[in-house]
Design a protein around this ligand. Structure first.
Ligand SMILES: *[C@@H]1O[C@H](CO)[C@@H](O)[C@H](O)[C@H]1NC(C)=O
Ligand SMILES: *[C@@H]1O[C@H](CO)[C@@H](O)[C@H](O)[C@H]1NC(C)=O
Ligand SMILES: *[C@@H]1O[C@H](CO)[C@@H](O)[C@H](O)[C@H]1NC(C)=O
Ligand SMILES: *[C@@H]1O[C@H](CO)[C@@H](O)[C@H](O)[C@H]1NC(C)=O
Ligand SMILES: *[C@@H]1O[C@H](CO)[C@@H](O)[C@H](O)[C@H]1NC(C)=O
Ligand SMILES: *[C@@H]1O[C@H](CO)[C@@H](O)[C@H](O)[C@H]1NC(C)=O
Length: 369
């Protein structure tokens, strides 16, 4: 596989006195499935045994691992772990970057996604249309759907169907389960099984739709989650603002229960909220907790980095997620890329033209932990 960090050993041939052999040593690559459970499922008149919720995991071990904890990557909605292998225009992806920094990396596919099997009993699935991917992620400056959209310059290529780079990216889109609460439960269960199997403690990297699963894992296994890198996590708290205000996330950052202190009561009814006006017209208002805020009991033990790109729709509201986490006692560093001089990125910053510059920013945070 081309993009991996390579060590070239040149051995001098003893017999004819010339260079005869070039051996490449690449990271060790293994795969396994974890988290599957057997279930009897009835279809029509027949009941039979199936395995559900196992996730596909690829483990890459560098020749000389030098970091205390591996990184588990969880791609976002419609995506698989190809997001991090290479970029759609064939450059090395974040996998190569973090291997070159000495990290063991686990690339994964969410339950019922990519190489993790879906079963019809898990209900309807959806796939992003090419129009949605283009207008929201790869050619946002032509659509102007949010105030920062016109600042998008880092996507390689024109970002529209027919452009070979867009086509290569769109071809990687797969199905996602429609039911949000079911998906959150399946992801939490499967990735908890992965954390337990690794056993040594891990860094979790989430993107977008997988963001809430990172919060859940930090809640369920605070001793095994050594840090969370949340690239534009699903948000803002409680109520989505794009494209319109919609649905209510009962526990603020998650649909299912996450532990607060004092308790949020039955169905989260004791979680009191208040609306905070937007900081300016380029941003949305935020829903935070009313005083006195409850603390995220376990999650507050896990250091968090939130990364937000200049031209993404998340530039409108990710600051609310950061404020919410901090209010609830979580130690969060906010990499608001534009403010740090990293300009022009969209939601898929890890595959854009300057993807290694953004990776460097994440690495700087990891080194401080
Ligand atoms: C499935 O059904 C069989 C036959 O009733 C039973 O023996 C088995 O324990 C069941 N397995 C599970 C995982 O429920
Ligand atoms: C299920 O069983 C019923 C009753 O035996 C039968 O009428 C029906 O055709 C069966 N359905 C299928 C899909 O086999
Ligand atoms: C979604 O999944 C949850 C959890 O499994 C379930 O309780 C709920 O009924 C499902 N919703 C729909 C619309 O199927
Ligand atoms: C919180 O963390 C502890 C371990 O430190 C664990 O025993 C407990 O189950 C966690 N809470 C939840 C809600 O998972
Ligand atoms: C909690 O939510 C469940 C599911 O929506 C509902 O059945 C139950 O009545 C609720 N309980 C309270 C006390 O609100
Ligand atoms: C939360 O709100 C409820 C009802 O709106 C109110 O009765 C309760 O006192 C509030 N709790 C706190 C701690 O502010």
């Amino acid at each position: 596989m081309r993009p991996f960090e390579r060590v070239i050993l040149l051995l001098l041939g003893s017999l004819c006195g010339r260079w005869v052999l070039a051996t490449e040593i690449e990271p060790r690559r293994e795969y396994f499935y974890v988290g599957g459970t057997y279930k009897n499922i009835t279809t029509g008149n027949t009941t039979d045994l199936y395995m559900l919720n196992q996730i596909y995991v690829e483990k890459f071990t560098p020749p000389h691992p030098s970091q205390p904890y591996p990184i588990v990557f969880i791609a976002g909605g419609g995506q698989t772990s190809t997001n991090f292998l290479e970029t759609p225009d064939g450059r090395p992806g974040w996998l190569s970057y973090f291997i070159s920094r000495g990290y063991t990396v686990y690339l994964t596919d969410q339950p019922s996604r990519g190489r993790s099997a879906w079963h019809p009993s898990q209900g309807p699935i959806y796939v992003f249309s090419a129009t949605a991917i283009s207008s929201q992620f790869t050619a946002t400056s032509s659509h102007d759907q949010w105030p920062q959209a016109h600042l998008h310059t880092q996507w390689p290529g024109s970002g529209v169907p027919g452009d070979p780079i867009f086509d290569a990216f769109y071809a990687t889109q797969v199905q996602s389960i429609f039911n949000r609460t079911l998906t959150e439960k399946l992801n939490t269960d499967s990735y908890t099984a992965l954390l337990d199997r690794i056993g040594t403690g891990t860094i979790i990297l989430t993107h977008s739709q997988s963001g809430p699963y990172g919060w859940r894992l930090g809640d369920v296994r605070p001793d095994l989650v050594k840090g969370i890198i949340a690239l534009e996590p699903t948000g803002p708290p409680f109520e989505n603002v794009f494209p319109t205000r919609s649905f209510w996330r009962v526990w603020g950052i998650t649909d299912l229960e996450i532990d607060y202190e004092p308790s949020t009561g039955v169905n989260g009814t004791a979680l009191n909220t208040t609306r905070i006006p937007a900081i300016d017209s380029d941003h949305s208002e935020c829903i935070l907790q009313a005083d006195p805020p409850k603390k995220l009991k376990n999650l507050s033990r896990v250091p968090v980095l939130v990364v937000t790109a200049e031209a993404s729709q998340h530039a409108v509201f990710d600051y609310c997620t950061v404020d919410y986490l901090r209010q609830a006692g979580v130690q969060v560093e906010f990499a608001d890329l534009a403010k740090e001089g990293i300009k022009g990125n969209g939601h898929f910053m890890f595959m854009e033209k300057n993807n290694m510059e953004v990776a460097d920013r994440v690495y700087r945070w990891l080194k401080q932990q």
